[in-house]
Design a protein around this ligand. Structure first.
Ligand SMILES: [Zn+2]
Length: 670
């Protein structure tokens, strides 16, 4: 019998036949499909025909179809519905996949063909999209080091493997420091802590084998402690330990590792011909240059610092009124900010929840997409990997657009967080095919299931990513949907969150589970007002981290990263009662791997864009303005990575984004 993962999927919409797949099918299908992909790549590389776009680039696009099928099913269940067998399979597959892609990018014969096509590109009469795919393929190989020869090639390999080792050490040291430290609490030290924080401290105590409750350095435990504990001495002790992670001396100290990583990154960028690591890293981003990143961050920094300083004065007065003299310290900020929040914006989560029913919020998500883009959603009855999954066919003007799957509830075996993935990406080559897109969340089950306000935002956020996949309209899959620059990919998702806050949406869909009454106006205003509370603090701690990250990777690598960090903060005039969100010895975004190195700015970059993009609707005087929605789909949601992100944004907005809308949204505008 043929393996169901590799057979022809003769099912509605060619969905994977989940009811026929068992765990025992994965390993044999994976081995067979991996071998088939290797053979296809080898055949392309060894072809006797002269290299052409069709026999090389298009051939690479269609290669690995079996592997795509196996992995789309496997990674869906491994992330959302795992079990020991699937975990074991993942441990087996991951290194094999990493070796497979490393082998492809190091294939000199294959690169030779790609380079020949690239060099002849002006004579080939390629479409705009073909030129783009060719450029991205060639650039990807070059950036990976495929064009290097001899000593440079050997050195690049050394650098890569040393960086992988250092990244792992950095992470493990950080984990060790976080595991090691805890602070026992006496019963009277629990005073002032809310029930959830007390429960968490007791559970942590049990886990550590302590006599009673403890504070640990896990963010979910220490932050509430700093927020609620009136014991200034204990807050100070806990904060100092938290701030010292990775910088405690001895075997787990990360400071020297950070220095070595920065030096190797600089060398790597120079081998590839870039002036600095930041230039190398930002080349593929919307921002493109270190100057563009700095410009945006500094536009936000000054207003954020001014707000933080004004807030510090208020909090200092509150502290003095408590009989504590002197200056506000970093371990005081969260405590007094929480007191202030309670006085000014107290929001009763328990009273809010019945207004946010999951099913009504899904309806709201869909209704906004109907109004904006004319999409209709028809429930489907198809076999999926878990009984909680629901599916809809997405239709426009009677035509099939996509299949959308929602897997909303938390359960054992599901990774934490929320995400969107395409089980099949949109493409028109080699044939037209609609995408299959899934949103996975971790909401508490209930009857009816109720959401917190954060949950509802998450629902809209992930659905924004789904729209980016579903409305994609390009030829080649490698550039479809969310295959865009990292600092651009959160634009559709964060932008979609804005429609949750459109008053008419909440008024229609936020109805009480029992009474059916719409949310009271006063509650609505509190919900919307709470969003920009204490944003001076949040913006300052974030932007300071992003600017230090950028400074580390521009120009020559600093010989002493801690001195460089101090220098950057001094130049900025960092407020005394606020520290970096992630200081160097525990800045895992930047040092655990390459993902966010000289890229920590990108969260803020996306937020600037989503605020500015939503303002296009506000300027049109209608959150559902049809012309603006049409432009959004035409220039951003349908285009995938077929055009540079900054060009796409200009086509949509007529200009690049400015920070004004973000400052207004965060309550930082003058
Ligand atoms: Zn996202």
């Amino acid at each position: 019998m043929t393996n169901p993962l590799l057979s022809v999927w003769d099912t509605p919409f060619k969905l994977a036949p989940f009811d026929k797949i068992s765990d025992a099918d994965f390993a044999p299908a994976f081995e067979e499909a991996l071998a088939a992909h290797k053979a296809e790549i080898e055949a392309i590389a060894a072809s006797a025909e002269a290299p052409s776009f069709a026999n090389t680039i298009e051939a690479m696009e269609v290669a690995g179809e079996g592997l795509d099928k196996v992995l789309s099913v496997f990674f869906s269940v491994a992330g959302a519905d795992s079990n020991p067998a699937r975990e074991e399979l993942q441990r087996d597959f991951s290194p094999k996949l990493a070796a497979h892609s490393a082998e492809i990018s190091a294939n000199k014969a294959l690169f030779g063909r790609i380079k020949a096509i690239w060099d002849a590109r002006d004579t080939l009469d390629l479409t705009e999209e073909q030129q783009r795919v060719l450029m991205l393929t060639h650039r990807g190989f070059v950036r990976g080091g495929a064009a290097l020869e001899g000593d440079a090639d050997a050195r690049m390999k050394e650098i890569k493997s040393r960086l992988a080792v250092l990244g792992t050490e950095f992470t493990q040291n950080l984990l060790a420091d976080e595991r090691e430290w805890f602070m026992p609490l006496a019963e009277e030290d629990l005073e002032g802590l809310p029930e959830f924080a007390v429960d968490a401290a007791r559970a942590a105590g049990e886990e550590k084998g302590a006599e009673g409750p403890v504070v640990t350095l896990s963010r979910s435990i220490i932050v509430p402690f700093l927020q609620f504990s009136p014991r200034r001495d204990l807050r100070e002790k806990a904060f100092e330990a938290w701030a010292a992670r990775g910088a405690n001396g001895g075997e787990t100290d990360n400071r020297a590792i950070a220095g070595e990583i920065l030096a190797l990154r600089e060398e790597r960028a120079k081998l590839l011909g870039y002036a600095s690591f930041a230039d190398y890293k930002l080349e593929t981003e919307m921002a493109k240059t270190p100057d563009a990143v700095r410009g945006l961050l500094m536009d936000v920094w000054e207003p954020a610092k001014a707000r933080a300083e004004a807030d510090a004065a208020v909090l200092t007065e509150m502290m003095h009124a408590d009989g504590i003299n002197g200056d506000l310290a970093p371990w005081d900020w969260r405590y007094y900010a929480e007191k202030r929040r309670k006085a000014e914006h107290d929001l009763d989560e328990a009273a809010l929840k019945p207004y946010l029913q999951l099913d009504r919020m899904i309806e709201a998500c869909f209704a906004c997409a109907t109004k904006l883009f004319g999409l209709q959603f028809k429930a489907l009855d198809v076999p999926l990997y878990h009984e909680d999954c629901r599916a809809w066919e997405v239709i426009r003007d009677g035509d099939h657009v996509a299949v959308f799957i929602g897997d909303y509830f938390a359960r054992g075996g599901k990774r934490s967080g929320a995400w969107c993935s395409a089980m099949r990406g949109q493409a028109k080559f080699p044939e037209v095919r609609g995408p299959v897109v899934i949103n996975v969340c971790n909401f508490a089950k209930g009857d009816p299931a109720l959401l917190s306000y954060d949950d509802a935002r998450t629902l809209f956020h992930e659905f924004g990513h789904a729209l980016h996949q579903m409305l994609s309209n390009v030829t080649y899959e490698s550039i479809s949907g969310t295959s865009v620059a990292r600092d651009f990919v959160e634009l559709p998702s964060q932008l979609y969150e804005h429609w949750l806050e459109v008053p008419e949406v909440l008024a229609e869909y936020a109805t009480h589970a029992e009474t059916g009454e719409p949310m009271p106006q006063a509650m609505l205003e509190k919900v919307l007002g709470a969003a920009n509370f204490d944003q001076g603090f949040a913006t300052v701690e974030y932007v300071a981290s992003a600017l230090v990250d950028l400074a580390f990777h521009e120009g020559a690598a600093p010989s002493d990263p801690m001195a460089k960090q101090a220098e950057v903060l001094a130049e900025l005039g960092m407020p005394a009662a606020i520290t970096m969100r992630h200081a160097t010895p525990h800045f895992a975004h930047v040092f655990a791997g390459d993902g966010y190195s000289s890229g920590y700015y990108s969260y803020m970059w996306s937020e600037v864009m989503d605020a500015d993009a939503f303002e296009a609707f506000e300027e049109a005087g209608d959150a559902f303005d049809p012309e603006t929605a049409k432009a959004l789909e035409q220039h951003i949601l349908s285009t995938g990575g077929s055009v540079e992100a900054d060009e796409l944004y200009k086509r949509f907005r007529g200009r690049l984004p400015g920070v004004e809308a973000l400052l207004k949204g965060r309550g930082l505008a003058a």
